[in-house]
Design a binder for this molecule. Structure first.
Ligand SMILES: [Zn+2]
Ligand SMILES: [Zn+2]
Length: 408
């Protein structure tokens, strides 16, 4: 069977996260997006574990509420502020892990995403001891990621680097970028939302599609390890150019620079402020190949933005949170069961019978890779333009400042 999974989110117990991120809201939001399996996020937090226990238990590592399956996941900030993503096979594995890391954490019971004073190697050792999976979260972001602090998996995970089986690409990178780096070829790429709000603009804005025998932890583990015929079959994510740190750019005036130019200027903009190194340049510095070399197991990567954002652009709304956008979004999701089906799977002819021509055309433009993207940088999001017969519709992203508080 084919399942869609978003394996990295945060609960209301994490900082800067919407109070709406409770298990009930997540479990009802996921099916509308077309997501079958969610990572619980924050599973080291006792309060969140109590909420997870409201779900039906499918097996030791799989839980269900409102037809959404959950597997136990968390993010941990370790040495050098590097973020790691972990998946656990059971509550008892979670408890054992907590006891091991407790002496190294001051906020284990107060923050959904705890900080621990452990190296990547030490953290991975404890993870292996309890049979948990571990890998770098949003590996290329300019702060709090493995490649912002280290030059290789070995530098971070030491003797345990062979135990790492996946890497999360993060919102500003895709397979083409990551597969320029040779040491990542053996790893499974995960694309997750890292969302802090259950709104359809945030939840599952990136997700993975796996081929498995059942929607359970064991099967997802096999798919990540690519054993027994289980495997990832698709990564879906935002166009990396849209990311606010995609290109190197000034953090004050947002002038973009090439890597050579920025280096020559010693990362100082003509306005006098600092130039922030972009994800693209960080990857190119790290690259073993000039063009991506995909290993044979690498699935296709599809670039999408949330449907509410597509609708917003197509009909010229200012924000994806307006009633008009919500109405259009709801009529499509009601007709075809889920957002994922509308964006990826349903015949465009059927879509055209339900919604406005401008929205149909916009969905088609994404499917055919005809959207035009002006890259982001320096903390400013990129701009996506839809091709249009008589005019180019341009909308800045993000379009809502209120919820961008919850944006990561
Ligand atoms: Zn993180
Ligand atoms: Zn500047």
């Amino acid at each position: 069977m084919i399942v869609n999974a978003d394996l990295h989110i945060h609960s209301h117990f994490s900082g800067a996260t919407s109070p709406k991120m409770n298990i009930e809201n997540i479990s009802t939001a996921a099916p509308l997006k077309g997501i079958n399996i969610m990572g619980t996020g924050d599973c080291l937090h006792s309060g969140w574990i109590e909420e997870i226990k409201k779900c039906d238990k499918i097996d030791d590592g799989t839980f269900e509420l409102n037809e959404t399956r959950f597997i136990l996941s968390t993010e941990v900030e370790a040495a050098q502020r590097v973020h790691h993503l972990l998946f656990f096979p059971s509550f008892s594995s979670v408890e054992s892990f907590k006891e091991k890391i407790r002496p190294y954490s001051k906020n284990l019971e107060t923050d959904g995403r705890p900080n621990v004073s452990l190296t990547g190697e030490e953290l991975a050792t404890y993870a292996r001891d309890v049979d948990a999976m571990i890998g770098p979260a949003h590996a290329f972001t300019p702060y709090t990621s493995i490649y912002s602090s280290y030059n290789s998996l070995d530098e971070c995970y030491g003797n345990l680097s062979d135990y790492v089986s996946f890497v999360e690409l993060g919102l500003s990178a895709d397979s083409d970028f990551a597969d320029k780096i040779k040491e990542l070829h053996r790893l499974t790429f995960l694309t997750n939302s890292d969302c802090h709000s259950p709104h359809p603009v945030r939840l599952a804005r990136e997700f993975n599609r796996f081929e498995v025998k059942d929607a359970t932890f064991d099967e997802i583990k096999k798919a990540i390890l690519r054993t027994g015929g289980r495997k990832p079959v698709l990564n879906v994510g935002l166009p990396p150019e849209e990311g606010k740190y995609h290109e190197s750019a000034c953090r004050s005036c947002y002038t973009h620079y090439t890597l050579e130019e920025a280096t020559r200027r010693r990362w100082k903009c003509s306005c006098g402020k600092r130039i922030k190194k972009g994800v693209k340049d960080r990857i190119n510095e790290q690259a073993d190949f000039e063009t991506p070399h995909h290993p044979s197991h690498r699935p296709k990567y599809v670039h999408l933005i949330p449907m509410a954002e597509i609708i917003t652009k197509a009909i010229g709304q200012r924000s994806p949170f307006t009633q008009t956008v919500t109405k259009r979004w709801t009529e499509l999701v009601t007709a075809f069961c889920s957002e994922t089906r509308v964006l990826l799977d349903v015949d465009i002819e059927y879509i055209s019978k339900i919604t406005a021509p401008a929205i149909t055309e916009a969905i088609q433009a994404f499917r055919e890779k005809k959207v035009i993207i002006r890259p982001g940088g320096g903390g400013q999001y990129g701009v996506i333009e839809l091709p249009s017969e008589d005019e180019i519709v341009t909308v800045m992203l993000p379009t809502d400042t209120q919820t961008s508080l919850y944006d990561y």
